[in-house]
Design a protein around this ligand. Structure first.
Ligand code: AHG
Ligand code: MN
Ligand code: MN
Length: 321
C-alpha cells in the first residue's frame, strides 16, 4: 500500500512492477506528462509577472479567444510528449488536427489533452488546469484517437490551485499527488480517492436556466427545496476536483443553444468520467454512459452529468419522467 509522501516516480514504477507484462512505456509516458505539468505550473505561478497573461487575439477551432497561457501550455506538452517517443499521436484542444511525432512512430499510446482548462479564469487568478486521456495504439491511424472512453489506459488532470496537484488513474483507483515546489516533486497526498456516496453540492451554470429542458429545470428547482449548496468555478478541473473530494454533482447539459453541451468528449468529458467512475461515482449524458460514446471527431462535444452515484441517479429519475 502506497504511503502518504511517496514520490510520484516511485509510485509509477511500483505500479509498473505490479504488471508483469509492462514494458515501462506507460511509465515513460506519464513521466513526460508530469515533467510538462511541472513547467506549466511554474509559468502559471508567474503569469501575473511575465507577459503571458491576456489573449493572443486569435480564435481557435472552438471559436474561443486563445489565451497566451493556452498556447504556451500546448507547446510545452507537444514538445515533452513528442520527445518521449511513447506517443504515436497527440490531439489537443488547441490544434485543429492531431500531431504524429517523428519520434513517436513506434509509440504504443495516443493522448488527447486540454492544455489549459478554465482559460476564462486565467486573468482573475482562479484555479485552472490541464486534462489528459491516454489510449493504446491499435490500428496505427486516426481511429486510435477516436476510441470510447471506457478503453482509456490512463486519464487525469493537473489542477493549478492553492497548490498544484496531479490526480490520475490507470484503471486501478484514483490517487492524488501534491507538488512540493521546493524540491519539484509530486508527492502522494490523496491515496485511493473515493467520492462520498452522496453530496449536497450541485455545480451548474444557472445563467443557462432558460435554455434547459423542463425536466432539468424541475431537477434543479427540487435541489433548492433541499439542503443543497451551489458551487460553480467555471474551470471544469476545479469543479471536478471539488466533486471528487466533497461529492455532489457537476453538470454541463445540452441546451437550446448547445445541442451537445459545451464540453469536449475526448479531452474533458471522457477523462473526467473515467476518474469519477474509478472513484466510485457515475457519469452520464443524461441518456447513456459518457464512457460508452464512440467519438466521431476530435473536438466533438457531449452533455455531461457526473459525481456521486446517489446524486446522479436522482437526476436520472427526473430526466426519465
Ligand atoms: P477551456 O478553458 O479549456 O475552453 O474550458 C472551459 C470549460 C470548462 O473548463 C468549464 O467547465 C466550462 O468551460 C465553463 O463554461 P461556461 O463558462 O459556459 O459555464
Ligand atoms: Mn477545457
Ligand atoms: Mn482549454
Amino acid at each position: 500500500m502506497a504511503q502518504i509522501g511517496m514520490d510520484l516516480n516511485r509510485f509509477i514504477l511500483e505500479e509498473e512492477r505490479s504488471h508483469p507484462k509492462a514494458t515501462g512505456s506507460l511509465s515513460l509516458a506519464l513521466t513526460a506528462l508530469t515533467s510538462a505539468a511541472r513547467i506549466i505550473s511554474s509559468h502559471v505561478r508567474m503569469a501575473g509577472l511575465a507577459d503571458i497573461l491576456g489573449s493572443t487575439k486569435n480564435i481557435n477551432i472552438q471559436g474561443e479567444e486563445v489565451q497566451k497561457l493556452d498556447v504556451l501550455s500546448n507547446n510545452i506538452l507537444i514538445q515533452h510528449l513528442s520527445d518521449s517517443g511513447q506517443f504515436f499521436a497527440l490531439a489537443s484542444e488547441e490544434l485543429d488536427e492531431p500531431v504524429f511525432p517523428e519520434k513517436g512512430k513506434n509509440g504504443k499510446y495516443t493522448i488527447a489533452f486540454d492544455p489549459l482548462d478554465g482559460s476564462s479564469n486565467i486573468n482573475v487568478n482562479v484555479s485552472i488546469g490541464t486534462i489528459f486521456s491516454i489510449h493504446k495504439k491499435v490500428k496505427g491511424n486516426i481511429q486510435d484517437i477516436l476510441q470510447e472512453g471506457r478503453k482509456q489506459v490512463a486519464a487525469g488532470y493537473i489542477v493549478y490551485g492553492s497548490s498544484t496537484m496531479l490526480v490520475y488513474s490507470t484503471g486501478n483507483g484514483v490517487n492524488g499527488f501534491t507538488l512540493d515546489p521546493s524540491v519539484g516533486l509530486f508527492l502522494l497526498s490523496h491515496p485511493r480517492m473515493e467520492l462520498p456516496e452522496r453530496g449536497k453540492i450541485y455545480s451548474i451554470n444557472e445563467a443557462n436556466y432558460s435554455k434547459w429542458d423542463k425536466k432539468l429545470k424541475s431537477y434543479v428547482d427540487s435541489l433548492k427545496e433541499k439542503n443543497s449548496s451551489a458551487r460553480y468555478i467555471g474551470s471544469m478541473v476545479a469543479d471536478i476536483h471539488r466533486t471528487l473530494i466533497k461529492g455532489g454533482i457537476f453538470c454541463y447539459p445540452a441546451d437550446l443553444k448547445n445541442k451537445n453541451g459545451k464540453l469536449r468528449l475526448l479531452y474533458e468529458v471522457a477523462p473526467m468520467s473515467f476518474l469519477i467512475e474509478q472513484a466510485g461515482g457515475k457519469a452520464t449524458t443524461g441518456s447513456k454512459d459518457t464512457l460508452s460514446i464512440k467519438p466521431e471527431s476530435i473536438h466533438q462535444r457531449a452533455p455531461v452529468f457526473l459525481g456521486s452515484k446517489s446524486n446522479v441517479e436522482e437526476l436520472l429519475t427526473f430526466l426519465k419522467k
